[in-house]
Structures are given as C-alpha cells and as structure tokens.
Design a protein around this ligand. Structure first.
Ligand SMILES: Cc1cc2nc3c(=O)[nH]c(=O)nc-3n(C[C@H](O)[C@H](O)[C@H](O)COP(=O)(O)O)c2cc1C
Length: 362
C-alpha cells in the first residue's frame, strides 16, 4: 500500500474523565451501532470512542432498563457514549439520571442532528436547532443529572434567519462572517450549559445525504469554537481522515457509513496516521464469520436475522455485485442459511482499495 508523505500527529482528546485515544470515533447509527457491531469494530482496533444507537429519552426515563436491548454492552466497546434523543427537559434529565445510575457509559450525548421525518415531527434531533431556547433548557436540566462528560452531536443549523441569505448561499466573505457569528452564538449557548465537547456534521437537516458534507463549514465551526470539536461527514478512506484533520482544525474524527462498509476502517486510519501504511484488508468471509459470532454472543436470538440483513446491506457495498448479493441473501429465512450463502458468494471476493463510498444510503 502507498505510504503517506507525512504522518499526522496523533493527539488523544481528553474531555474531563473521558480520554479518546486514538481520537477516532464510531458514529451513533440507529439500527447498527448495537453491542454486537461495536464489538466487531473493537476487535479490529483503532477506535477510541464508541456510541450507542440513538436512545429514546421517554423509554429511558420510564421503563425498566434491566433488559433494555439498546443498553446492552459488549466486552471491548469502551469507552462508550450513550446518545439520547428527546425534547422535554424534564424527561431528558430523568433519562440522564438513569443512565448515570447504570454506571456503564463514559459520556452522554444529546442528539441535535437526526433529520428523519418521525424524529422531526416529535421536535427531536435536528428540529431542536430551530429552537435554541428549548435546547438550552434541555441541556441545562441534563447537566443537573448527568455529571460525566456531556456532548452534543449536531448538524449545521443552516441559519436561514440570520445574516444575508444571498451572502450565505454565495459563500462570500460577508456570508462567512455571518455564519461565524451564528456559530459563535451556538458555541456560547453550549458553553453556558456546560457542554464539554461537540460533534459537528456539516450538512443541514434538509440536506439529508443529498449533497456532500461541507468541510469548509466544519472549519468555520471549529474556528469559532472554544470547546473541542469532533468532525464528522464523508470520511470514506484513511486519507479522508487525515484531510479532515488538516483542513478543519477538528480534534477527533467520527466515522459512520464507511465503518458500516468496513468495520476495520479505524485500524486502517490509525495505521495511516502513524506511518502512512494501510494494512491489507481482511478476507470478506472472515468479517462475516466474526460478525455472526458477535451476534451470537451479544444479540438476542430474535434480533439476529434483522441485524445480519442490515449488516449485509452495507458490508456488501464493498463489492461490484453487492446489490445482487444483498437481494440474494435476503431471501434466506435464517442467519445460518444466510451465513452459508455468504460463504459461497464471497469465497473468491477481495475487498478493493479505498475509498469505500456507499452507493446506497439505506
Ligand atoms: C443508517 C443511519 C443511521 C443513523 N443513526 C444516527 C443516530 O442514531 N444518531 C445520530 O446522531 N446520527 C445518526 N446517523 C448519522 C451518523 O451518525 C453520521 O452523522 C452521518 O452518517 C455522517 O457521517 P458519515 O459520512 O461518516 O456517514 C445515522 C446515519 C445513518 C446512515
């Protein structure tokens, strides 16, 4: 594999009691970042912080958490952040208290980024970006009950009601200044509520995944921040991770879809950052075998089929015939039958070089 001209200095990110070392983070991914998948990522190494799937604050606040499958942890998926979604300050605070009492999470994160319809209709996720007062109230209450490191993960607020819309759209200097001022307003809000660090995904909620992540906005957001920023969006190769560090001033990088396609990507980013070398990829069938093993150890029997299908949706995008493979394996009625078919289909396959851009988004 080609060597990089220069390795990037790998500085661990310390946020209170949380040490993210290396500064590489697995994104929260609903339906995917469950204990079995996190353990798969962990077994390849290189990931410095794991995230749960988005957790419903109402469930957290009101239900018996002993058997909650979303709260399950594996063995090596540490440190682990719990991501909470909700918009009622009191309920989110109660959720924070219960997470704290479980004692298994190294950080708590409030979701200010989910753009999906149902979440928006509840006024959760990215909808809160249009309501800074409520966001401040939620974070203020959560800060009272969750004493550990507190993060928020946000999309670009977009700033439709500030500065000159034409300037913002045209990307002029006046537009950048207006955007910087608005970012500062968010940073001040987040500092007032004693948030410790931010994850920034530079797409607006209406963007969904329809346009590329705007790293220039991530850079502007980092420049206006006094809190550490974890950059996120469109890392599809180790080289992308280095570029994000170099171009934006972020302190750590978070990877979502590329980790679903290549759960070993953190190992590769770490190696590339250290010495410019990308190791050989694992044999595809070895990855499948490991995931099946993790599902058996860390997933309830009735969830395994669905989780294996979701895993295949992303993992099979490594291959030119991935969509055909995916449709074929999804016809199988059990994980065991899928496993057998995957062995037959992938026996001769090799993982191609990076980048690993998804051709389907789910
Ligand atoms: C299927 C899927 C589910 C996601 N679920 C969540 C979630 O539960 N919470 C969250 O904050 N972001 C969620 N995201 C967004 C990712 O965490 C991440 O911000 C986004 O994918 C951009 O990073 P990437 O370009 O590395 O994929 C999800 C993304 C996808 C594709």
């Amino acid at each position: 594999m080609p060597a990089a001209a220069a390795a990037w200095p790998l500085t661990p990110l310390t946020i209170g009691s949380l040490r993210i070392d290396p500064p590489l983070v697995l994104a929260p991914i609903a339906g995917h970042s469950h204990a079995a998948f996190r353990e798969l990522v962990a077994c390849y190494g290189g990931c410095g912080l794991f995230y749960t799937e988005m957790l419903n604050s109402r469930f957290l606040a009101g239900q018996n958490l002993d058997k909650d499958r979303f709260l399950k942890v594996a063995c090596r998926d540490r440190p682990l952040a719990a991501q909470v979604a909700g918009n009622d300050p009191e309920i989110v605070a109660r959720a924070g208290a219960r997470l704290e009492s479980l004692g298994r999470f190294a950080a708590c994160d409030l979701n200010l980024g989910c753009p999906r319809g149902p979440i928006q209709r509840y006024g959760w996720g990215a909808a809160l970006l249009a309501d800074p007062e409520r966001t401040e109230a939620i974070l203020g209450e959560l800060r009272q009950t969750w004493s550990g490191p507190l993060l928020v993960k946000m999309r670009d607020p977009g700033f439709t009601n500030a500065g000159s819309g034409a300037d913002l759209a045209a990307g002029t200097a006046a537009g950048s200044a207006a955007r910087g001022a608005d970012y500062r307003a968010w940073h001040q809000l987040l500092e007032r509520t004693a948030v410790d660090a931010l994850v920034f995904h530079p797409r607006t909620a209406p963007d969904l995944f329809k346009r590329p992540a705007r790293w220039d906005r991530l850079a502007a957001f980092c420049a206006a921040a006094s809190l550490p920023v974890i950059g996120n969006g469109d890392i599809f190769s180790p080289q992308d991770a280095v570029r994000m560090f170099q171009q934006t001033g972020c302190r750590a990088v978070m990877v979502g879809r590329a980790a679903l396609i290549r759960p070993w990507i953190f190992r590769d980013i770490l190696s590339y950052l250290k010495n410019g070398v990308i190791p050989e990829p694992p044999a595809p069938i070895e990855v499948v075998d490991r995931f099946l093993d993790m599902l058996e150890r860390f997933s309830e029997a009735d969830r395994r089929l669905r989780r294996l299908r979701l895993f295949c949706f992303w993992f099979l995008q490594n291959f030119a015939y991935g969509l055909h493979y995916f449709k074929t394996v999804c016809r199988e009625p059990t994980p065991a039958a899928m496993h057998q078919l995957l062995h037959a289909l992938l026996a001769e396959e090799r993982v191609p070089p990076y980048p690993c851009r998804p051709f389907l988004q789910g």
